[in-house]
Write a protein that binds this ligand. Sequence first.
Ligand code: PLP
Length: 397
Amino acid sequence: MTAMTDTSRPFLNRRLTEFGTTIFAEMSALALRTGSINLGQGFPDTDGPQEVREAAVRALRDGRGNQYPPGPGIPELRTAVAAHQQRRYGLTYDPDTEVLVTAGATEAIAAALLALVEPGDEVIAFEPYYDSYAACIAMAGGTRVPVTLRPHFGESASFRLDLDELRDAVTDRTRLLLINTPHNPTGTVLTRAELAAIAELAVERDLLVVTDEVYEHLVFDDAEHVPLAAFPGMRERTVTIGSAGKTFSFTGWKVGWITSAPGLVTAVRSAKQFLTYVASGPFQYAVAEALALPDSYFTAFRDDLEAKRDLLVAGLTEAGFGVFRPTGTYFVTTDIRPLGERDGFAFCRGLPERAGVVAIPNAVFYDHREAGAPFVRFAFCKRTEVLQEAVKRLGAL
Ligand SMILES: Cc1ncc(COP(=O)(O)O)c(C=O)c1O
């Protein structure tokens, strides 16, 4: 008998079945088909600083990074990442043993989870969560334990962490807390007090922490971003993730990094070397220069996005949405119930025809889909005139 493929067995393995297709593909296709403004996916529609682009061109021309760069990342970038953590937060990292360059934050998340999680380990993540978390926990064989950020309504409506719920979620099988602040999609920035409580819990229960801080420079009003690694007892148990995609508006370059204690960096590197091994050679040189930009760059970048947030928040409020005004990231989560709607999926599927705008139903970021059903996310990392046109169209609702 000849060996045959068992066609009754699905090609996609069991761990990934639930991740077959993403809403982003569906919604972006819908945007294209209907000529809608795409406020679904979070990528800027203008590129980052000209001098940083020129730095990438120079690296390409000079033959820097055109061949495999060093596994941990080029020394110039590791040094720049360490200098950034020092300058910004007073955190000291050794560029040789405590910094690892990755193919975007996406690879950093994957490598960290694949390295640190054993099959059966529980990983606690806030819900709604950035979609790659669930898939990476699954690929690592871990069990995801969502802790739901709860909507608080009223004057300064926002999604907040319930610290008791977080404490209750920890069991003897919990290996790792996967934190994200500023938080996508809610725009919540964890406060110093919340972070201190998370840190205490991690130390008390001896948990590892992976903290996704890719929106560290996008913090508005009087909110502040404090890295979790800065709290007592956290440096040696925390893997901190950053990304040039978000901070410098080069999402296509895929340059990210982790900073952590040497043992954790070594572990994450073991997984990372079999994912991409290395990536983005010439772009690493450019990002090294970008990280050394003066404070004025970071301030102007934040101010620009803050003005865009204000524009979109005002427009959405005017159009009748309930709005959770974000204090971080470039996303705003809305409540569609004031519009007489309840189902974010149906709403987002109909919105392009009704108003020529694409948004994302937050339910895709939840295990408890019903908890996210009435919420819809819009991105405001777009040109002012694009946002103005989107607001005008949404006004027709
Ligand atoms: C919370 C969060 N983490 C990670 C990423 C991915 O970052 P990168 O493009 O550097 O892989 C994103 C992108 O949207 C994100 O929102």
